[in-house]
Design a protein around this ligand. Structure first.
Ligand code: MG
Length: 450
Protein backbone atom coordinates (compact mmCIF):
# COMPACT_ATOMS: atom_id res chain seq x y z
CA UNK A 1 0.00 0.00 0.00
CA UNK A 2 1.56 3.33 -1.02
CA UNK A 3 0.58 6.79 -2.28
CA UNK A 4 -2.09 5.84 -4.83
CA UNK A 5 -1.88 2.05 -4.62
CA UNK A 6 -3.98 -0.26 -2.46
CA UNK A 7 -3.54 -3.66 -4.10
CA UNK A 8 -0.34 -5.70 -4.32
CA UNK A 9 0.20 -8.89 -6.36
CA UNK A 10 -2.55 -10.68 -4.41
CA UNK A 11 -4.92 -7.97 -3.23
CA UNK A 12 -4.37 -5.96 -0.04
CA UNK A 13 -2.08 -7.57 2.62
CA UNK A 14 -1.11 -5.72 5.78
CA UNK A 15 -0.59 -6.16 9.52
CA UNK A 16 -3.80 -5.82 11.51
CA UNK A 17 -4.30 -2.41 13.18
CA UNK A 18 -1.13 -0.99 11.68
CA UNK A 19 -1.92 -0.03 8.08
CA UNK A 20 -4.97 -2.30 7.97
CA UNK A 21 -7.47 -0.65 10.32
CA UNK A 22 -11.26 -1.03 10.50
CA UNK A 23 -11.77 2.58 9.35
CA UNK A 24 -9.59 2.00 6.28
CA UNK A 25 -11.50 -1.19 5.46
CA UNK A 26 -14.90 0.55 5.69
CA UNK A 27 -13.59 2.99 3.09
CA UNK A 28 -12.32 0.12 0.91
CA UNK A 29 -15.83 -1.34 1.21
CA UNK A 30 -17.37 1.92 0.00
CA UNK A 31 -14.93 2.08 -2.94
CA UNK A 32 -15.54 -1.56 -3.89
CA UNK A 33 -19.32 -1.10 -3.56
CA UNK A 34 -19.13 1.98 -5.79
CA UNK A 35 -17.14 -0.07 -8.32
CA UNK A 36 -19.76 -2.86 -8.33
CA UNK A 37 -22.59 -0.33 -8.58
CA UNK A 38 -25.00 -2.52 -6.57
CA UNK A 39 -25.96 -6.18 -6.93
CA UNK A 40 -25.46 -9.23 -4.70
CA UNK A 41 -21.95 -9.39 -3.28
CA UNK A 42 -20.68 -12.41 -1.36
CA UNK A 43 -18.36 -11.91 1.57
CA UNK A 44 -16.24 -14.67 3.11
CA UNK A 45 -13.10 -15.07 5.17
CA UNK A 46 -10.39 -17.38 6.47
CA UNK A 47 -9.89 -18.21 10.18
CA UNK A 48 -7.75 -15.22 11.28
CA UNK A 49 -8.66 -13.62 14.64
CA UNK A 50 -9.37 -10.31 12.87
CA UNK A 51 -11.93 -11.75 10.43
CA UNK A 52 -14.99 -10.46 12.31
CA UNK A 53 -13.71 -6.88 12.44
CA UNK A 54 -12.87 -6.71 8.76
CA UNK A 55 -15.91 -8.66 7.48
CA UNK A 56 -18.14 -6.26 9.35
CA UNK A 57 -16.19 -3.22 8.14
CA UNK A 58 -16.41 -4.34 4.49
CA UNK A 59 -20.09 -5.17 4.97
CA UNK A 60 -20.83 -1.68 6.30
CA UNK A 61 -19.05 -0.06 3.36
CA UNK A 62 -20.69 -2.25 0.70
CA UNK A 63 -24.23 -1.93 2.09
CA UNK A 64 -23.90 1.87 2.34
CA UNK A 65 -23.45 1.97 -1.45
CA UNK A 66 -26.57 -0.13 -2.05
CA UNK A 67 -24.91 -3.55 -2.55
CA UNK A 68 -26.70 -6.50 -0.94
CA UNK A 69 -24.17 -8.34 1.20
CA UNK A 70 -24.41 -12.15 1.38
CA UNK A 71 -22.43 -13.45 4.35
CA UNK A 72 -20.81 -16.72 3.28
CA UNK A 73 -18.81 -17.19 6.49
CA UNK A 74 -15.48 -19.01 6.71
CA UNK A 75 -14.56 -20.84 3.48
CA UNK A 76 -11.55 -21.47 1.24
CA UNK A 77 -10.91 -18.77 -1.36
CA UNK A 78 -11.63 -21.18 -4.27
CA UNK A 79 -14.97 -22.20 -2.66
CA UNK A 80 -16.02 -18.54 -2.47
CA UNK A 81 -14.89 -17.96 -6.06
CA UNK A 82 -16.83 -21.00 -7.21
CA UNK A 83 -19.95 -19.78 -5.35
CA UNK A 84 -19.94 -16.47 -7.24
CA UNK A 85 -20.12 -18.32 -10.56
CA UNK A 86 -22.43 -21.11 -9.39
CA UNK A 87 -25.01 -18.94 -7.62
CA UNK A 88 -24.81 -16.20 -10.30
CA UNK A 89 -23.75 -13.47 -7.89
CA UNK A 90 -22.27 -10.12 -8.90
CA UNK A 91 -18.93 -10.46 -7.11
CA UNK A 92 -17.20 -11.31 -3.84
CA UNK A 93 -14.88 -9.77 -1.32
CA UNK A 94 -12.64 -12.24 0.49
CA UNK A 95 -11.01 -11.35 3.81
CA UNK A 96 -7.76 -13.33 3.85
CA UNK A 97 -3.99 -12.90 3.95
CA UNK A 98 -3.43 -16.33 2.36
CA UNK A 99 0.05 -17.61 3.34
CA UNK A 100 1.03 -14.58 5.49
CA UNK A 101 1.46 -15.01 9.28
CA UNK A 102 -1.58 -14.64 11.60
CA UNK A 103 -0.93 -10.97 12.44
CA UNK A 104 -1.75 -10.10 8.82
CA UNK A 105 -5.05 -9.87 7.07
CA UNK A 106 -6.03 -8.81 3.58
CA UNK A 107 -8.72 -8.24 0.98
CA UNK A 108 -9.24 -9.87 -2.40
CA UNK A 109 -11.90 -8.63 -4.79
CA UNK A 110 -13.57 -11.11 -7.14
CA UNK A 111 -15.56 -10.35 -10.32
CA UNK A 112 -18.85 -11.80 -11.55
CA UNK A 113 -17.04 -14.71 -13.27
CA UNK A 114 -15.42 -15.78 -9.98
CA UNK A 115 -11.94 -14.59 -11.01
CA UNK A 116 -9.82 -12.09 -9.09
CA UNK A 117 -9.91 -8.66 -10.68
CA UNK A 118 -7.23 -7.81 -13.23
CA UNK A 119 -4.80 -5.01 -12.39
CA UNK A 120 -6.69 -2.59 -14.66
CA UNK A 121 -9.92 -3.18 -12.70
CA UNK A 122 -8.13 -2.80 -9.36
CA UNK A 123 -6.83 0.56 -10.56
CA UNK A 124 -10.42 1.75 -11.06
CA UNK A 125 -11.14 0.93 -7.39
CA UNK A 126 -7.95 2.67 -6.30
CA UNK A 127 -8.95 5.85 -8.18
CA UNK A 128 -12.39 5.80 -6.50
CA UNK A 129 -10.74 5.20 -3.11
CA UNK A 130 -8.15 7.98 -3.29
CA UNK A 131 -10.44 10.52 -5.01
CA UNK A 132 -13.28 9.52 -2.66
CA UNK A 133 -15.52 9.33 -5.72
CA UNK A 134 -18.13 7.34 -3.81
CA UNK A 135 -21.75 6.47 -4.35
CA UNK A 136 -23.64 6.83 -1.05
CA UNK A 137 -27.26 5.68 -0.90
CA UNK A 138 -30.14 7.24 1.04
CA UNK A 139 -31.64 5.43 4.04
CA UNK A 140 -34.30 3.70 1.91
CA UNK A 141 -31.86 2.44 -0.76
CA UNK A 142 -29.22 0.76 1.44
CA UNK A 143 -28.16 -2.81 0.71
CA UNK A 144 -29.54 -5.74 2.71
CA UNK A 145 -27.24 -7.97 4.76
CA UNK A 146 -28.23 -11.66 4.89
CA UNK A 147 -26.60 -14.99 5.73
CA UNK A 148 -25.69 -17.12 2.70
CA UNK A 149 -25.24 -20.77 3.70
CA UNK A 150 -24.53 -23.69 1.36
CA UNK A 151 -21.25 -22.63 -0.24
CA UNK A 152 -19.14 -25.56 0.91
CA UNK A 153 -21.52 -28.40 -0.09
CA UNK A 154 -21.92 -26.82 -3.56
CA UNK A 155 -18.16 -26.49 -3.95
CA UNK A 156 -17.40 -30.07 -2.86
CA UNK A 157 -20.08 -31.40 -5.21
CA UNK A 158 -18.45 -29.45 -8.07
CA UNK A 159 -14.96 -30.80 -7.29
CA UNK A 160 -16.31 -34.37 -7.26
CA UNK A 161 -17.70 -34.03 -10.79
CA UNK A 162 -14.07 -33.84 -12.00
CA UNK A 163 -12.93 -36.97 -10.13
CA UNK A 164 -13.00 -40.69 -10.79
CA UNK A 165 -14.55 -41.36 -7.38
CA UNK A 166 -14.86 -45.15 -7.92
CA UNK A 167 -11.13 -45.47 -8.65
CA UNK A 168 -10.17 -43.44 -5.57
CA UNK A 169 -12.57 -45.45 -3.42
CA UNK A 170 -11.11 -48.80 -4.60
CA UNK A 171 -7.59 -47.70 -3.68
CA UNK A 172 -8.62 -46.78 -0.07
CA UNK A 173 -5.70 -44.42 0.53
CA UNK A 174 -4.67 -43.20 3.94
CA UNK A 175 -4.13 -39.40 3.78
CA UNK A 176 -2.94 -36.95 6.43
CA UNK A 177 -4.29 -33.41 5.97
CA UNK A 178 -2.69 -30.30 7.52
CA UNK A 179 -4.92 -27.25 6.80
CA UNK A 180 -2.89 -24.93 9.08
CA UNK A 181 -5.82 -24.24 11.47
CA UNK A 182 -7.73 -22.48 8.75
CA UNK A 183 -10.52 -22.87 6.22
CA UNK A 184 -9.02 -25.86 4.38
CA UNK A 185 -10.26 -27.77 7.47
CA UNK A 186 -13.83 -27.18 6.30
CA UNK A 187 -13.37 -28.92 2.95
CA UNK A 188 -10.40 -31.19 2.33
CA UNK A 189 -10.75 -33.71 5.20
CA UNK A 190 -14.47 -34.33 4.52
CA UNK A 191 -14.05 -34.25 0.73
CA UNK A 192 -11.33 -36.92 0.85
CA UNK A 193 -13.39 -39.00 3.30
CA UNK A 194 -16.42 -38.79 1.02
CA UNK A 195 -14.40 -40.17 -1.93
CA UNK A 196 -13.22 -43.15 0.13
CA UNK A 197 -9.92 -42.09 1.70
CA UNK A 198 -9.10 -42.74 5.33
CA UNK A 199 -8.23 -39.28 6.64
CA UNK A 200 -6.10 -38.23 9.60
CA UNK A 201 -5.90 -34.50 10.38
CA UNK A 202 -3.39 -32.30 12.20
CA UNK A 203 -3.77 -28.51 12.77
CA UNK A 204 -7.45 -28.77 11.82
CA UNK A 205 -9.15 -26.64 14.51
CA UNK A 206 -9.98 -23.15 13.21
CA UNK A 207 -8.34 -21.00 15.87
CA UNK A 208 -6.84 -18.25 13.72
CA UNK A 209 -3.51 -18.62 15.50
CA UNK A 210 -1.82 -21.19 13.19
CA UNK A 211 0.32 -23.97 14.69
CA UNK A 212 2.83 -23.61 11.86
CA UNK A 213 3.73 -20.91 9.36
CA UNK A 214 0.88 -20.81 6.81
CA UNK A 215 3.28 -20.92 3.85
CA UNK A 216 3.47 -24.65 2.99
CA UNK A 217 7.11 -25.56 2.30
CA UNK A 218 9.64 -28.16 3.52
CA UNK A 219 10.72 -26.05 6.54
CA UNK A 220 7.13 -25.67 7.82
CA UNK A 221 5.77 -29.17 7.21
CA UNK A 222 7.83 -31.17 9.71
CA UNK A 223 4.78 -32.25 11.74
CA UNK A 224 2.92 -33.37 8.63
CA UNK A 225 5.93 -35.34 7.46
CA UNK A 226 6.34 -37.03 10.88
CA UNK A 227 2.62 -37.86 11.04
CA UNK A 228 2.62 -39.43 7.56
CA UNK A 229 5.40 -41.74 8.72
CA UNK A 230 3.86 -42.42 12.15
CA UNK A 231 0.51 -43.56 10.75
CA UNK A 232 1.94 -45.19 7.59
CA UNK A 233 -0.04 -42.91 5.30
CA UNK A 234 0.11 -42.93 1.51
CA UNK A 235 0.04 -39.16 1.21
CA UNK A 236 0.29 -35.91 3.17
CA UNK A 237 -1.60 -32.79 2.08
CA UNK A 238 -0.86 -29.24 3.29
CA UNK A 239 -2.72 -26.04 2.51
CA UNK A 240 -1.94 -22.37 3.02
CA UNK A 241 -4.24 -20.08 5.05
CA UNK A 242 -6.98 -19.77 2.42
CA UNK A 243 -6.54 -23.25 0.90
CA UNK A 244 -6.01 -22.16 -2.68
CA UNK A 245 -2.63 -23.91 -2.64
CA UNK A 246 -1.67 -27.50 -1.90
CA UNK A 247 1.72 -29.07 -1.18
CA UNK A 248 2.31 -32.81 -0.80
CA UNK A 249 4.33 -35.21 1.34
CA UNK A 250 5.12 -38.63 -0.11
CA UNK A 251 4.60 -41.99 1.66
CA UNK A 252 8.19 -41.86 2.98
CA UNK A 253 7.52 -38.55 4.75
CA UNK A 254 9.44 -36.40 2.25
CA UNK A 255 8.00 -32.99 1.40
CA UNK A 256 7.94 -32.86 -2.39
CA UNK A 257 8.49 -29.50 -4.10
CA UNK A 258 5.48 -28.08 -5.90
CA UNK A 259 7.25 -28.12 -9.27
CA UNK A 260 7.37 -31.94 -9.11
CA UNK A 261 3.88 -32.69 -7.79
CA UNK A 262 2.56 -29.99 -10.11
CA UNK A 263 4.24 -31.67 -13.09
CA UNK A 264 2.65 -35.01 -12.07
CA UNK A 265 -0.80 -33.41 -11.80
CA UNK A 266 -0.48 -31.45 -15.06
CA UNK A 267 0.66 -34.55 -16.99
CA UNK A 268 -2.21 -36.56 -15.52
CA UNK A 269 -4.75 -33.89 -16.45
CA UNK A 270 -3.39 -33.54 -20.00
CA UNK A 271 -3.57 -37.32 -20.49
CA UNK A 272 -7.15 -37.20 -19.24
CA UNK A 273 -8.44 -34.24 -21.27
CA UNK A 274 -6.16 -34.38 -24.34
CA UNK A 275 -3.79 -31.69 -25.55
CA UNK A 276 -4.37 -28.14 -24.40
CA UNK A 277 -2.60 -24.94 -23.45
CA UNK A 278 -0.83 -24.74 -20.08
CA UNK A 279 -0.09 -21.33 -18.54
CA UNK A 280 2.69 -20.87 -15.99
CA UNK A 281 4.82 -18.03 -14.59
CA UNK A 282 8.35 -17.56 -15.83
CA UNK A 283 9.68 -18.86 -12.48
CA UNK A 284 8.53 -22.44 -13.20
CA UNK A 285 11.01 -25.23 -13.91
CA UNK A 286 11.96 -26.62 -17.30
CA UNK A 287 10.54 -29.86 -15.91
CA UNK A 288 7.07 -28.50 -16.66
CA UNK A 289 8.07 -27.61 -20.22
CA UNK A 290 9.33 -31.19 -20.73
CA UNK A 291 6.04 -32.63 -19.44
CA UNK A 292 3.85 -30.33 -21.50
CA UNK A 293 5.93 -30.77 -24.68
CA UNK A 294 5.96 -34.56 -24.50
CA UNK A 295 2.18 -34.49 -24.29
CA UNK A 296 2.00 -32.36 -27.46
CA UNK A 297 0.46 -29.46 -25.56
CA UNK A 298 1.50 -25.83 -25.64
CA UNK A 299 3.21 -24.00 -22.77
CA UNK A 300 2.69 -20.25 -22.33
CA UNK A 301 4.91 -18.31 -19.90
CA UNK A 302 3.63 -15.26 -18.00
CA UNK A 303 4.88 -12.76 -15.46
CA UNK A 304 4.80 -13.99 -11.83
CA UNK A 305 1.45 -13.74 -9.98
CA UNK A 306 -1.62 -15.98 -9.73
CA UNK A 307 -3.97 -13.25 -10.99
CA UNK A 308 -1.85 -12.91 -14.13
CA UNK A 309 -1.95 -16.69 -14.69
CA UNK A 310 -5.75 -16.70 -14.23
CA UNK A 311 -6.37 -13.80 -16.57
CA UNK A 312 -3.99 -15.19 -19.22
CA UNK A 313 -5.81 -18.54 -19.06
CA UNK A 314 -9.09 -16.73 -19.56
CA UNK A 315 -7.75 -14.75 -22.55
CA UNK A 316 -6.23 -17.84 -24.22
CA UNK A 317 -8.96 -20.32 -23.31
CA UNK A 318 -6.29 -22.50 -21.63
CA UNK A 319 -7.42 -25.53 -19.61
CA UNK A 320 -4.54 -25.79 -17.15
CA UNK A 321 -2.42 -23.38 -15.11
CA UNK A 322 0.42 -24.13 -12.77
CA UNK A 323 2.61 -22.43 -10.14
CA UNK A 324 5.47 -24.22 -8.41
CA UNK A 325 4.29 -22.94 -4.99
CA UNK A 326 1.48 -25.51 -5.06
CA UNK A 327 -0.99 -23.67 -7.31
CA UNK A 328 -3.08 -25.72 -9.74
CA UNK A 329 -5.67 -24.07 -12.02
CA UNK A 330 -8.15 -26.23 -13.96
CA UNK A 331 -10.57 -24.36 -16.21
CA UNK A 332 -13.26 -27.08 -16.55
CA UNK A 333 -13.73 -26.52 -12.77
CA UNK A 334 -12.52 -22.90 -12.56
CA UNK A 335 -9.35 -21.15 -13.82
CA UNK A 336 -8.16 -20.19 -10.33
CA UNK A 337 -5.83 -21.85 -7.82
CA UNK A 338 -7.76 -24.58 -6.08
CA UNK A 339 -6.19 -26.48 -3.19
CA UNK A 340 -8.95 -29.03 -2.52
CA UNK A 341 -9.17 -29.93 -6.20
CA UNK A 342 -5.38 -30.45 -6.30
CA UNK A 343 -5.51 -32.66 -3.18
CA UNK A 344 -8.35 -34.83 -4.51
CA UNK A 345 -6.77 -35.10 -7.97
CA UNK A 346 -3.52 -36.30 -6.42
CA UNK A 347 -5.48 -39.04 -4.64
CA UNK A 348 -6.89 -40.00 -8.05
CA UNK A 349 -3.41 -40.00 -9.61
CA UNK A 350 -2.13 -42.39 -6.92
CA UNK A 351 -5.21 -44.59 -7.36
CA UNK A 352 -5.04 -44.73 -11.14
CA UNK A 353 -1.26 -45.01 -11.56
CA UNK A 354 -0.96 -47.65 -8.84
CA UNK A 355 2.42 -46.40 -7.64
CA UNK A 356 3.45 -44.51 -4.49
CA UNK A 357 4.17 -40.80 -4.85
CA UNK A 358 7.93 -41.20 -4.29
CA UNK A 359 8.13 -43.50 -7.34
CA UNK A 360 6.16 -41.08 -9.50
CA UNK A 361 8.56 -38.30 -8.47
CA UNK A 362 11.62 -40.46 -9.25
CA UNK A 363 10.26 -41.15 -12.75
CA UNK A 364 10.15 -37.43 -13.67
CA UNK A 365 12.91 -35.78 -15.69
CA UNK A 366 15.46 -34.70 -13.06
CA UNK A 367 16.85 -31.17 -12.81
CA UNK A 368 19.27 -29.66 -10.33
CA UNK A 369 18.18 -26.23 -9.09
CA UNK A 370 20.52 -23.55 -7.71
CA UNK A 371 19.02 -20.42 -6.11
CA UNK A 372 21.02 -17.27 -5.35
CA UNK A 373 20.08 -13.84 -4.04
CA UNK A 374 21.95 -10.56 -4.43
CA UNK A 375 21.15 -7.49 -2.34
CA UNK A 376 20.03 -4.62 -4.57
CA UNK A 377 18.42 -1.36 -3.40
CA UNK A 378 14.93 -0.92 -4.87
CA UNK A 379 15.90 2.23 -6.77
CA UNK A 380 18.71 0.35 -8.55
CA UNK A 381 16.52 -2.54 -9.71
CA UNK A 382 15.40 -0.90 -12.97
CA UNK A 383 18.85 0.34 -14.14
CA UNK A 384 20.36 -3.06 -13.26
CA UNK A 385 17.70 -4.82 -15.32
CA UNK A 386 18.42 -2.54 -18.27
CA UNK A 387 22.11 -3.52 -18.20
CA UNK A 388 21.33 -7.22 -17.79
CA UNK A 389 18.97 -7.01 -20.78
CA UNK A 390 21.76 -5.42 -22.84
CA UNK A 391 24.24 -8.12 -21.76
CA UNK A 392 21.87 -10.94 -22.77
CA UNK A 393 20.85 -9.51 -26.15
CA UNK A 394 20.88 -12.11 -28.92
CA UNK A 395 20.57 -15.07 -26.53
CA UNK A 396 17.50 -17.35 -26.44
CA UNK A 397 15.60 -15.47 -23.74
CA UNK A 398 12.23 -14.25 -22.44
CA UNK A 399 11.90 -10.79 -20.89
CA UNK A 400 8.40 -10.94 -19.39
CA UNK A 401 9.54 -10.44 -15.81
CA UNK A 402 13.27 -9.96 -15.32
CA UNK A 403 15.05 -12.06 -17.93
CA UNK A 404 15.07 -15.83 -18.39
CA UNK A 405 17.84 -17.21 -20.61
CA UNK A 406 17.44 -20.70 -22.05
CA UNK A 407 20.40 -22.94 -22.92
CA UNK A 408 20.28 -26.40 -24.54
CA UNK A 409 21.01 -27.99 -21.15
CA UNK A 410 19.37 -25.60 -18.70
CA UNK A 411 18.10 -22.10 -17.97
CA UNK A 412 18.52 -19.16 -15.62
CA UNK A 413 15.96 -16.63 -14.42
CA UNK A 414 17.31 -13.27 -13.23
CA UNK A 415 14.50 -11.33 -11.59
CA UNK A 416 14.14 -8.40 -9.16
CA UNK A 417 12.02 -9.43 -6.17
CA UNK A 418 8.63 -7.71 -5.96
CA UNK A 419 8.72 -7.59 -2.15
CA UNK A 420 12.40 -7.42 -1.06
CA UNK A 421 15.46 -5.35 -1.99
CA UNK A 422 17.11 -8.29 -3.76
CA UNK A 423 17.63 -9.84 -7.16
CA UNK A 424 16.83 -13.54 -7.35
CA UNK A 425 18.72 -15.95 -9.58
CA UNK A 426 17.18 -19.37 -10.32
CA UNK A 427 19.40 -21.65 -12.39
CA UNK A 428 18.63 -25.21 -13.40
CA UNK A 429 20.30 -27.90 -15.46
CA UNK A 430 20.38 -31.69 -15.76
CA UNK A 431 23.70 -31.74 -13.86
CA UNK A 432 24.31 -29.98 -10.55
CA UNK A 433 27.71 -28.63 -11.66
CA UNK A 434 26.22 -27.11 -14.79
CA UNK A 435 23.38 -25.50 -12.78
CA UNK A 436 25.99 -23.96 -10.49
CA UNK A 437 27.95 -22.70 -13.50
CA UNK A 438 24.84 -21.07 -15.02
CA UNK A 439 23.92 -19.53 -11.64
CA UNK A 440 27.41 -18.05 -11.26
CA UNK A 441 27.08 -16.51 -14.71
CA UNK A 442 23.70 -15.03 -13.76
CA UNK A 443 25.12 -13.63 -10.51
CA UNK A 444 28.01 -12.05 -12.43
CA UNK A 445 25.60 -10.26 -14.79
CA UNK A 446 23.85 -8.63 -11.83
CA UNK A 447 27.01 -7.79 -9.84
CA UNK A 448 28.63 -6.25 -12.96
CA UNK A 449 25.53 -4.19 -13.55
CA UNK A 450 25.58 -3.01 -9.92
MG1 MG B 1 -3.45 -18.63 -0.73
Amino acid sequence: MSDRTLFGTNGIREIVNQKLTPELVVKVGVAVGTYYGGGNILIGHDSRTSHTIFSNAITAGLASTGCNVLKGGPAPTPALQYAVKHFKLDGAVIITASHNPPEYNGIKVVAQDGLELSRAEEEKIERMFFDEAFVRRAWNRLGRVTPFPGIIPAYKAAVKTHLDVDAIRRRALKVVVDPVNSVGSLVTPSLLTEVGCQVVTINAQLDGVFSREPEPKPETLGDLSATVKAVNADLGVAHDGDADRCMFVDELGTVVWGDKTGAILVEYILNKIGTSTVVTPISSSKLLEDIVTRNGSKLVWTRVGSTIVTNTMKDLGADVGFEDNGGLFFTPHQPVRDGALAAALMAEVLAKRGQPLSKLVDALPQYALVKERIECPNEKKAPVLEKVLKQTEGLNRLTLDGVKVFFDDGSVLIRPSGTEAVYRIYAEAREEARAREIATWGVSLVTNAL
